[in-house]
Design a protein around this ligand. Structure first.
Ligand code: XMP
Length: 520
């Protein structure tokens, strides 16, 4: 019978993590220093599962998170990440109220039920409605009509919202209340999308369903196109990451805010996170360069006490002691990475930081003991790096890979015929200045670092997040197929490593050819 199991002949060369990393404990290793050995496989890449549980209440369908950086993640990026099954962490280099509205934008994106539909009154003219559409750039022209008491008076259909009727009143043009299809909140039940889907199938040509209460006050609108999109999503392999109410999930980062005396500003931190929770935030990330510090630990403790069920990410650390400390303070997921980022200069400026694979191994063993998860943060430039990182972590955080995407904040600039977007470290001078100005209303913040630890850079524009993630996910699934891993747990269990020589690194990339098209 053909051998499908490991051979002892391989064992001295290709070692599991607990043998490989301790055997290499005198040197810090990163992604390109190692490679993974293949194993017998019955797993087709397309059948692999990428679901990952980061905390009791935080489940992603792909293990990829966009970084909390001001040139990477605001609401557009966060929506794109969640629609693909991942998570976006909205950065904090902006005033608190702006961060709240960024979170709201994500939470209210393409929900089956539009909770606060735009309404018109019977007394308005069609011309007013046309002007409203023009001013607000609405992409729709059908509106519920509500009287001065908030009661449903009818539906103004897009067919009559035309310049030729501009002088007519809404009350003359509306479809009367008796002919409008409605459902009560109670009738919607636990699965409003299924209920609405059934309704639209049974009512040919009807595309809008209004939600009312027992007194006929309007409480929402369900459109057939939203229902169809959501029903379609339910069939996709990588479903959008949604909360229990079917809203996209969203994270928000925060710093260890201090008052004028340099003390932790507990009241401000609590009111900020309280407001984020009210907006529906699914996870907060206490995000700093040095997570194994009293400020981060105390912030996590304050939040854990006030919000016992809220998933908390904290970091960054690169040691077992750092993981244990943040876990004991109450963090659920710990960010690992000091200095690997593509825009980071921490290792050059401060002389500290650990190459990422060694940092991940050490951290992962502490995380397993403490029953927390770890996130590999920074230094990822290709899908192969993600596969390697996922052998030791539950998800990866990427900045540079997404900074050139359409959904990242900032404009595209053209230089010598090529298109770029700005990408900068959060510890760069420009980002620190912008953050202080936004959060404190002035350019100087006494707690800010004096020496910048990040650079300002450009990334080549690279299209949509969907496109970039499709490539990354394809690579992750391919790696899992090579290791015979059906899911991420099996990937972590099965991984075997070997170090790569400089010649081996050269061999790994295209060589001795004139490259016509790059691999990506
Ligand atoms: P990548 O490699 O994905 O890294 O571009 C993104 C991660 O880098 C970290 N980060 C910084 N690290 N100085 C640093 O030393 C900085 O200015 C800086 N800005 C971001 C952060 O962990 C991010 O997720």
């Amino acid at each position: 019978m053909a051998a499908t199991r490991n051979s002892i002949l391989d064992d001295p060369f290709y070692q599991p993590a607990d043998e490989f990393f301790p055997a290499n404990n005198k040197i810090g290793l990163t992604f390109d220093d190692i490679t993974l050995a293949t194993l017998f496989s019955e797993i087709l890449p397309r059948d692999t599962q990428l679901d990952t549980q980061l905390a009791e209440n935080l489940h992603l369908h792909i293990p990829v998170i966009s970084a909390d950086m001001d040139t990477v993640t605001e609401s557009r990026m966060s929506i794109a990440m969640a629609l693909n099954g991942g998570l976006g962490l909205i950065h904090y280099n902006m005033p608190e109220r702006q961060q709240l509205s960024e979170v709201s934008r994500v939470k209210n994106h393409v929900h089956g039920l539009i909770q606060e539909p735009i309404k018109v009154s019977p007394e308005q003219f069609i011309g007013d409605v046309l002007a409203l559409i023009e001013e607000k750039k609405f992409g729709f022209s059908t509106f519920p009509v509500v009287d001065e008491n908030g009661k449903l008076a009818g539906l103004l259909s897009g067919h009559v919202v035309k310049p030729r009727y501009a002088g007519k009143k809404v009350s003359e043009a509306l479809t009367p209340r008796a002919q409008v299809h409605t459902v009560t909140k109670k009738e919607l039940g636990r699965d409003p999308i299924a209920r609405a889907d059934k309704f639209f199938t049974e009512h040919i040509g009807i595309h809008k369903l209004l939600v009312v209460d027992d007194d006929d006050h309007l409480h929402g609108l369900i459109t057939m196109s939203d229902v169809e999109r959501i029903t379609q999503e339910r069939k996709a392999q990588f479903k959008p990451a949604r909360d229990a109410h079917f809203h996209l999930i969203c994270g928000a980062a925060l710093s260890t805010t201090r008052n004028a005396f340099g003390e932790l500003d507990r009241a401000r931190i609590l009111s900020h996170v309280g407001a984020l929770v009210e907006r529906g935030v699914d996870v907060v990330a206490v995000s700093t360069a040095h997570g194994h510090s009293k400020g981060v630990g105390d912030t996590v403790k304050v939040l854990r006490d006030a919000f016992p069920k809220l998933p908390i990410i904290a970091g960054n650390v690169t040691s077992a002691a750092g993981v244990e400390y943040l876990a004991d303070c109450g963090a659920n997921a710990i960010k690992v990475g000091q200095g690997p980022g593509s825009i980071c200069t921490t290792r050059i400026v401060a002389g500290v930081g650990i190459p990422q694979m060694t940092a991940l191994y050490v951290s992962s063993r502490a995380a397993a003991r403490k029953k927390v998860t770890i996130l590999a943060d920074g230094g990822i430039t290709k899908s192969g790096d993600i596969v390697k990182a996922l052998t030791l972590s539950q998800a990866v955080i990427c900045g540079g890979i997404f900074a050139g995407c359409n959904e990242a904040p900032g404009d595209i600039v053209e230089i010598s015929g090529k298109l770029y977007k700005q990408y900068r470290g959060m510890g760069s001078l420009a980002a620190m200045k912008a953050g202080s100005a936004a959060r404190y209303g002035h350019e100087k913040n006494s707690t800010q670092k004096v020496a910048p630890e990040g650079v300002e850079a450009l990334k080549e524009a690279c299209g949509s997040v969907d496109r970039v993630l499709a490539q990354l996910i394809g690579g992750i699934q391919s790696g899992m197929g090579y290791l015979g891993a059906a899911n991420l747990e099996q990937l972590r269990q099965k991984a075997r490593y070997i170090r790569v020589s400089p010649a081996g690194q050269r061999e790994a990339a295209p060589h001795d050819v004139v490259e016509l098209k790059t691999g990506n």
